[in-house]
Design a protein around this ligand. Sequence first.
Ligand code: SF4
Length: 285
Amino acid sequence: MIKNCSLCPVSCEADRLKRAGYCGVSGVKIAKYYLHPYEEPPVSFKNGSGCVFFCGCSLKCVFCQNFELSRVRRGKDITVEELADIFRELENMGAENINLVNPTHYVEHIAKAFALYKPNIPVVYNTHGYEKLETLRIADTFTDIYLPDLKFIDPLLSSRYTGKANYADYALPAMRFMAEKPLKMREDGKMLSGTIIRHLILPLAAYDSVNIIKFVSTLPKSVYFSLMSQYTPFGDIKNFKELQRIITPREYKKALAAVEECGLENVFLQDGDSSGENFIPTWDY
Ligand code: SF4
């Protein structure tokens, strides 16, 4: 796929052996790897999740909290062999898992790296949710835990903030695919396999959060749901007045009420006052 790339729904058909595609990258580029303490508790668990932050992005949300690597593409070029070495290093550091952050446009490189070295810890596929099933089937060959965002259902919102009115057309089938991953929790609470769907409540968009929560309630009960209230004004939002504030207690309560009304059981919640840049890592390259 990489010579005529159609890994993501944009399907820009770039020959990424020669040039960057719409996602902004050709070869492998990363901004950081380290033991990250702020994922959901069964994922970060005791030692932290072994996150590898990949550069470039095929979705391009204007409010991206990782704007510097997704859009500005600040980072370091590495080879597939070096990526395999990073997996080994993270495992040796005691990582609870290998957490591939925004991996969609690197799926083929990552599969090659795992063919060189597959750590003996779970692999987490941490995605924005704008995924093709063909690409997820490749990812599924190395993935134990899916950690997708489900960002929007309303096409007006996804169009306004990403330029992609078809986000939900791809994301909802992708969520159904990922929801089939069997849930395996170790006795001490560490996740070995399964799916956690995340949703970040946006200012003025609690109605869409409610629809997302209703959708999640139709998925298998084994799926966990993580409701995030940490939205912090960040990124390229100067033309989006509504995004220049954190969410209100009323917006948070509206989403929380939907979680209760829909009877979701496996839920992670952030406090209503979790916004702030302390959740955003500093980048190494
Ligand atoms: S992953 Fe990148 S290069 Fe491939 S189709 Fe998507 S935007 Fe284009």
